[in-house]
Design a protein around this ligand. Sequence first.
Ligand code: HEC
Length: 145
Amino acid sequence: MFKIILAWLFGALILIQAIQISIPKPEKVTPDEEIKAPAEIMKMLKTSCYDCHSYETKMPWYGNIAPLSWEVKSHIKEGREWLNFQTWDRYDDEKKQKLYKGIAKTINFSMPMPMYLSLHKEAKLSREQRRQIKEWAESNIKEDY
Ligand code: HEC
């Protein structure tokens, strides 16, 4: 009985591989469109945010295996739609201001996404690193927006 259940589960797992979320193909970007920030900030953004907020996604091994891939790919897709650090200069001032505020707001709680952090220890930011990112984001917020 156990073997039959296992065989069914395995079969189901194979079948669901046909259902995949597709992420739009990365557009061409030039280095001057990327966000400009002090080197130490850039380094943190690259290790902790770029997997979802740029085209430089390092796909983990489970990133192509359903059902996990549904979660992973939808985060990448949405993450890029909300904020892509590589296409930063395509945003108008209003959008940039919104995003700086969003970064200052989310950096202490929701970003990087907690589920992602549980699988990516290298992306974890210390309290001090979060403070630095927050300070940098706030330093870019203009009062008249
Ligand atoms: C695992 C993927 C992932 C990682 C890593 C990640 N994000 Fe996000 N981010 C998302 C998704 C998905 C959204 C879309 C909104 C949501 O689901 O909360 C988002 C939305 C945002 C927003 C807009 C939300 C708002 O309220 O303004 C900001 C700002 C943001 N992320 C900043 C960051 C920063 C900064 C980092 C790195 C420190 C980071 N994110 C890392 C997936 C990610």
